[in-house]
Design a protein around this ligand. Structure first.
Ligand code: PLP
Length: 433
């Protein structure tokens, strides 16, 4: 399969090239040059296949034979090592739980596949690769966990000191070995700036083989299609029409859903559920794209003012906004509505949504009210509620089961290197470490 730039469909590269480059040279993002259609037989028999098997078949279609089947099967098998089960709330609403991975958020799917794919691509290389990432929370821990213990790779994370939650900090600083957390006295924007400077620096490039684990890498995007197929498989034929509600920030998850739909899973509509950072909602309403500064909300992993994957969605639809509107309904959610959704689901179903899933639930309710009609709403639950324990009132908090791997972390030792938000210091560290 060729991958082309969202800025120019004539620019195309192989999958592995797209993975190593991260971004196209013209500043566009890579998307599959064509979306492959699933063979009918695959969709008809999908109910009998297990999640890793479904994932392999989907990856095989998307990569179009570039990686030999046996290797790809192993890479997928080592990435999809935990389930994405469905939890039924009522006859017409189902939660797709994406938080059963090592760091309890859906970012584990993308990060693990990318890590294994990169290890495969660099097999036989002599030198050591350094993955350098700036993180405000979920991404860094998923990436660190995915590369942890992998030979030939070291991971350096930059996070803003005092600006991530205690649980996030424990996740970022618990690993040793090939993972180093740099605690930067500054903001997330400082961390991102320092990473960019490091990538642009010739001396660092000469001394270290830097790799980006950027969220816009195709190796993170493609595996997110797997669980849409798996949800369709587990739901069975009897579900009627399906609407996916996707808690959205950078729009990677939604983009993957749209790709899965174009590949052939029958979906009535997608809901782009945002918090107060509603750029995509306004874009669909007015047709004008106006990025803004990110506002802080309860669902902080979706606090994005300039969603990076929107160019991919536009390219998938040939920039036809009417076609995007037909496929995607967008609805923003306030923090009050997020709290209401958490309370409602807890009272009605004794189920605790995390703040991101709650945004999705709230939007699903508005979509039902606006459109009517019978369908099964599948809500993507993107993180485990225990990651956001501060958000809940004591009653709800008391009923959250904190997974063992999170409990162990909280008592654990913190491993970090404190540095000021100055490039000279970060550079000295990178050259010396
Ligand atoms: C990253 C993240 C999101 C947003 O996903 P996008 O693909 O960026 O739209 C939602 N929920 C959680 C918990 C996340 O970590």
């Amino acid at each position: 399969m060729r991958f082309c730039s969202t800025k120019d469909s004539r620019v195309s590269v192989s999958f592995t090239e797209a993975v190593s480059r991260g971004m196209a040279q013209d500043g566009g993002l890579f998307i599959p040059a064509e979306i492959p259609r699933c063979p009918r037989g695959f969709l008809r028999s999908i109910g009998g296949l297990a999640f890793p098997e479904i994932s392999f078949e989907v990856a095989r279609l998307l990569l179009g034979g570039e990686i030999p089947d046996a290797d790809l099967r192993r890479i997928v098998g080592e990435s999809v090592t935990f389930d994405a089960p469905l939890h039924r709330l009522d006859e017409s609403t189902v939660v797709l739980e994406l938080f059963h991975g090592p760091t309890l958020a859906f970012k584990d799917f993308g990060a693990r596949f990318m890590a294994r794919m990169m290890a495969y691509m660099h097999r036989g290389d002599r030198g050591e690769h350094t993955v350098l990432v700036a993180t405000s929370g979920d991404t860094g821990s998923a990436v660190a966990s995915a590369f942890h213990g992998m030979p030939g790779v070291s991971v350096i994370l930059l996070y803003p000191s005092g600006r991530v939650s205690q649980i996030q900090e424990s996740q970022l600083t618990s690993l040793t070995g090939n993972v180093t957390a740099l605690e930067i006295a500054g903001t997330f924007d400082d961390c991102q700036r320092l990473v960019k400077l490091a990538f642009a620096d010739r001396e660092i490039a000469a001394g270290r083989n830097l790799t980006s684990a950027n969220s816009i890498n195709v190796a993170r995007l493609l595996p997110q299609t797997f669980y849409y197929f798996n949800a369709f498989a587990r739901l069975g034929e009897m579900s009627g029409e399906i609407v996916f509600s996707v808690p959205s920030g950078n729009l990677g998850n939604l983009t993957a859903g749209l790709i899965a739909w174009k590949m052939g899973i029958p979906v009535k509509r997608f809901i782009a559920a945002t918090n107060a950072n509603d750029v995509v909602c306004r874009y669909l309403e007015t047709g004008v794209y106006e990025p803004g500064r990110a506002l802080t909300t309860l669902s902080n992993a979706m606090d994005v003012g300039d969603p990076g994957n929107l160019p991919r969605i536009r390219a998938l639809f040939n920039d036809d906004i009417e076609a995007i509107r037909k496929a995607v309904y967008a609805s923003p959610c306030t923090d009050d509505q997020t709290r209401e959704a958490i309370a409602e689901v807890f009272l009605r179903h004794r189920y605790v949504l995390d703040p991101h899933g709650a945004v999705g639930y709230s939007a699903l309710g508005r979509y039902r009210a606006a459109t009517g009609g019978a369908f099964t709403g599948i809500l993507l639950e993107t993180a485990h509620p225990a990651k956001f324990i501060d958000v809940y009132d004591p009653v709800v908090r008391g009923s959250i089961e904190v997974p063992g791997r999170l409990r162990d972390l909280l008592g654990g030792e913190k491993h970090s290197v404190k540095l000021p938000a100055r490039f000279e210091e970060v550079k000295a560290f990178l050259m010396g470490a």
